[in-house]
Write a protein that binds this ligand. Sequence first.
Ligand SMILES: Nc1ncnc2c1ncn2[C@@H]1O[C@H](COP(=O)(O)OP(=O)(O)OP(=O)(O)O)[C@@H](O)[C@H]1O
Ligand SMILES: [Zn+2]
Length: 723
Amino acid sequence: MPAARLRVLTRNAALGPLDYRAPAEGVPVGSVVRVPLGPRELHGVVWEADRLPTTEVADAKLRPILGVAPVPPIPASVRRLVEWVAAYYLVPPAAVLRMVLSVTAALDGARTVTEYRVSGILPERMTEKREAALSSLGDAQGLVRELAEWSGVSDAVIRGLISAGAIEPITVSVDRAPPLPDPDFGPPVLEAEQDAAASALVAAVKAHDFAPFLLDGVTGSGKTETYLEAVAAAIDAGGQALVLLPEIALTEPFLRRFEARFGCKPVQWHSDLRSSERRAAWRAAASGTAKVVVGARSALFLPYPDLRLIVVDEAHETSFKQEDGVPYHARDVAVMRAQIEAIPIVLATATPAIETLAQVTRGRYRHLELASRFGGAQMPGIEAIDLRVTPPESGRWLAPPLVEAIKETLARGEQSLLFLNRRGYAPLTLCRHCGTRIECPNCTAWMVEHRLVKRLQCHHCGLVEAVPDACPECGEEHSLVACGPGVERIAEEVSALFPDANVALVTSDTIHSPAQAKALVDSALAGEIDIFIGTQLITKGYHFPELTLVGVVDADLALKGGDLRAGERSFQQISQVAGRAGRGEKPGHVYIQTHQPEAPVLAALVAGDAPGFYAAETEARRAAAMPPFGRLAAIIVSGPDEAEVAATARAIGRAAPTGIDGLTILGPAPAPLSLLRGRFRHRLLVHAARRADVQGLIAEWLGGTEVPRNVRVAVDIDPYSFV
Ligand SMILES: Nc1ncnc2c1ncn2[C@@H]1O[C@H](COP(=O)(O)OP(=O)(O)OP(=O)(O)O)[C@@H](O)[C@H]1O
Ligand SMILES: [Zn+2]
């Protein structure tokens, strides 16, 4: 009789599927198992053998598995998702499984911690502090540190009470189920439009079938309140719901709404979690005890056993596209997961991606619209400031009409927001004497001055250097000058103009954890901030009722990129930031500083003509057969040796398929970012018809090329970055 064989997919992308001997009692498909590989021990998942072909080893050579991990099996839907992502993005399935089994510590058995609570026994020696601690603790239970904090005494006092028997230890599982959100805790009174949209979503959750929705509501229309009704329906049905947010900084405003609606916090999943929190979150998602998970794009790969709803909030955001590792787009993968799970998915945004709107036009997504702001708030008026007509004073960046508007807003006691999508003080440092620009040695990029921390920083590789006293090229002292503004420089100008105003800088340098976002929201709502100055981080998700003025410092910046989505991105970014103004009772106003007010994007924004903008942009894409009317894929060749990289790229170029209708291949050519983190980069861009099998074509093409050991060839399907 042949040995019972298990096909196991590990998390090691360099390995194909491996076969092992099953124990006599068998192991169900999907189980997480520990397997030997040489002297090592790996985790893997038992897969359907017919879905994952490999070269089989002889029965006699099969090694037995080491054991089954004490976690629920990875559901079939997740296994199908892994296969789809691997096939679509042309990456090994193991690389995708790695994103599913992302927390090794979560794969061990249950763990316990010791918590403490008042035992009822009085200590022999009673002190004032001991008495105060015991009486204030009541039935509270927690770690020593927590009890000390709650009762306002030192850890030592609590420890003394433990030795005296007045506080007793309790062993608790760290895998305690997270709090259960209560769908009836704080249901909102929905406005008619919101109610119609929410009813459609709730019905779809109840139907438990694949149903993609675009929840297209103007800024401040209450999209969150609306889709939370669908989340409530998922909880009611006993299942799980996932809400994806594009950035950690947006978690805080979301958590507040969630808690008001459901009486507790959802389970969070993001890069700022402590390892114990990460482990607990993974296990709660995998066991089904986490009813709602809110998180970054990687939350999409958690093995929820009973998912009923996915929401992608700010669904137009390009940060849903992952650029490193497996280059996937979380919005697209989310739709695929919803399809596999047979559940509804909600793409919520005020500024849909052209791709998403095209799916609405094709009849694939249902369009739910919220055309007006909640509570009768009006959309802000938008006005362009033509910098050719009213330029800022020399050495300054804010034009007189904007300065005047800030002054008036301050006088009314209201808040202003200045948006400039550039971190740091100045994007370029130049030697006045010899003209040298200070560049990153590892990247094709200028070093950006961060004056607050007195450093030059590369925004690509993270290299940090002291600001030199003399020009590194010609040695001239005090010759370096900052060119152009970053947010820190705008803050400097604002502080000089309005010395009494409270200014908050909001960038990824100042806000990189939910705790910092919370502090920002708290002080903003308490009226402690007069002027926000921020990058794209401040442009979305926030709701500050006293914020009535928005100034876009440089609207031309986003248009410069020149890639296929530059126009769309500027429109979205400026609409979003404009959407922060006048969300409460007071009307909002927006000024856009530009040298080209006649540019179609800006003209549409000023005219409030979103449909016109989308129609023109869509038409342009259609005419050029660009996504979503055609397909793109990038091939990026990189390595430490420039000649080797160039030669490999040329070889790939020569082997390119020819004579295929609608297929064009651009390049190879050095990438705009031709040096990144010390690696030289060349690119090719594949442009194909919408229905072309781009993946099949590329797989075959690249399958036939020799790649030197030091060179990496990466494929980016549906690329968003062209640098
Ligand atoms: N039905 C409702 N009852 C009570 N408050 C509501 C209701 N709908 C919306 N709100 C409140 O109105 C404000 C705006 O809503 P919300 O921030 O959800 O809008 P949004 O559509 O997500 O906007 P944006 O896209 O700009 O982030 C919030 O303070 C929200 O709590
Ligand atoms: Zn660099």
